[in-house]
Ligand binder design. Structure first.
Ligand SMILES: CC(C)(COP(=O)(O)OP(=O)(O)OC[C@H]1O[C@@H](n2cnc3c(N)ncnc32)[C@H](O)[C@@H]1OP(=O)(O)O)[C@@H](O)C(=O)NCCC(=O)NCCS
Length: 212
């Protein structure tokens, strides 16, 4: 494992990385994430508004990636937004993507300011994605850990995430996140046209997780 990790390096992501991030997430997030699979979300339906959110995350100074050292290929991303607690997760993207079942589901499990009585600013971990060939080597955990450290160094102690995958929920739990809300997708299947037969049973719960 150590040998594998010698060929990749942790990098800060910026707006210059936008095109590569979109390509990686189209292939390795949209097509592998259980919620997106059950919602039959395509890159077209997820579309333009997700790109706006990705750009904001790349501009936040808190988004990281892993690149191969030789070919410089992007193999993992952790996209993070910094949000004022009073505006937590109330993105315009929710309005822009009324058609997107995924955004409507995520809006059902929003965080709100009452969950952070003592803080003003919070890291919102928007998306973690690792290229399938590089999974299981701790890359997602390392990127998440580093983003939390960067937050602490800049005085941001709180973080939240909507975990839509058991592997990512495991990473967040080990890094000290607690589940504050859960949404069982089987309770909204008809309303949103989800097909839960497309995903493993253990992947049908979405969790809002916080670290204070
Ligand atoms: C979820 C995802 C980001 C994990 O990336 P990763 O780099 O493989 O994760 P890590 O190697 O840091 O592993 C995290 C944990 O999952 C475990 N794990 C990773 N891959 C595994 C696998 N295939 N089977 C079982 N466990 C696995 C690791 O052992 C580790 O557990 P531990 O901390 O108890 O040792 C990656 O699978 C992915 O991009 N999935 C598609 C997109 C997605 O769903 N993103 C999450 C949205 S919230």
């Amino acid at each position: 494992m150590a040998e594998d990790l010698q060929n990749i390096e942790l990098v800060m992501l910026t707006l210059e990385d936008f095109e590569e991030v979109v390509v990686l997430t189209k292939h390795h997030f949209l097509k592998r994430n259980p919620l997106f699979i059950a919602a039959k979300e395509t890159s077209e339906s997820y579309g333009e508004s997700s790109e706006l959110t990705i750009k904001s995350a790349l501009d936040s100074g808190f988004s990281l990636g892993f690149r191969e050292k030789t070919k410089k290929k992007l193999v993992g991303v952790n996209l993070t937004l910094v949000q004022n607690v009073n505006q937590l997760l109330k993105h315009d993207t929710y309005k822009l993507t009324k058609q997107s079942a995924v955004y409507r589901i995520l809006a059902m499990i929003d965080a709100d300011a009452t969950m952070f009585p003592d803080v003003t600013c919070c890291l919102y971990l928007l998306m973690v994605c690792v290229h399938a060939d590089y999974c299981g080597r701790g890359l997602a955990r390392m990127m998440t850990q580093k983003v939390l450290e960067m937050g602490r160094e800049r005085g941001i102690d709180a973080a939240c995430v909507q975990a839509i995958n058991t592997l990512s929920a495991r990473i967040y739990t080990r890094l000290g996140f607690e589940t504050v809300k859960s949404l069982d997708l089987s309770t909204i299947t008809d309303e949103l046209g989800l097909d839960l037969s497309l995903i493993p049973q253990q992947e049908t719960t979405i969790k809002l997780m916080l670290k204070r």
